[in-house]
Design a protein around this ligand. Sequence first.
Ligand code: SAH
Length: 220
Amino acid sequence: MNDPEDDAEDPAERKMRFLFQLRSRGVTDPRVLEAMERIDRGLFVRGQFSDRAYEDTPLPIPCGQTISQPSVVGLMTQALNPGPRDTVLEVGTGSGYQAAVLSALCRRVYTVDRHRRLVQEAEAIFHDLGISNITAQVADGSRGLPDQAPFDRILVTAAAEDPPGPLLAQLKIGGIMVVPVGQSDAVQTLIRVTRSETGFDYDELRQVRFVPLVEGLGQT
Ligand code: SAH
């Protein structure tokens, strides 16, 4: 598997393998695959783990956080099903990779993280990539982003015990929220919440493992 020749792998071949892995794990939506083909995950993984950026595995990023596994990014994006005119809130900017993938599929992305360092580093990558439809902000995402609400789509990339009330309230009617729910140190269930005229419908999608949604801002 870890053949040293991998280092010398041609980028086109590496990309094909990356996309093949995504498809084999259930990411089949052509728009999502196209967005993930376009946004190079290698730019969002730094330091000693950068040579593993194209593997289907979560990897450490600064502030003790993780960049999600690519197939999970794909499956969550697919479940969220953002449209080209949608405004999306992402809670948990982390590396910025998921936000960049979303930005290729919708009109505007607001992404928030409790760690300033992560927001700043992600913003620098968005700038280098010429992405201009992402607004990244330091904020406690468990409260949502009331000034920009309501949202067509909300994606939470940290695990909450329950879908946070303020986020439910900031979802448009007809809107969709995807959120991992469960105890932070255990396996969680990814759920999709759809808001109707009369209430909220919940679908359980799959088991996942995310870092916890923590209230308040981080120290860095
Ligand atoms: N979507 C990211 C991965 C997120 S990891 C990516 O593509 O790389 C989860 C992130 O959620 C972490 O960066 C963590 O700092 C952030 N987080 C946890 N609780 C939060 C909260 N209450 N508000 C905002 N961000 C939070």
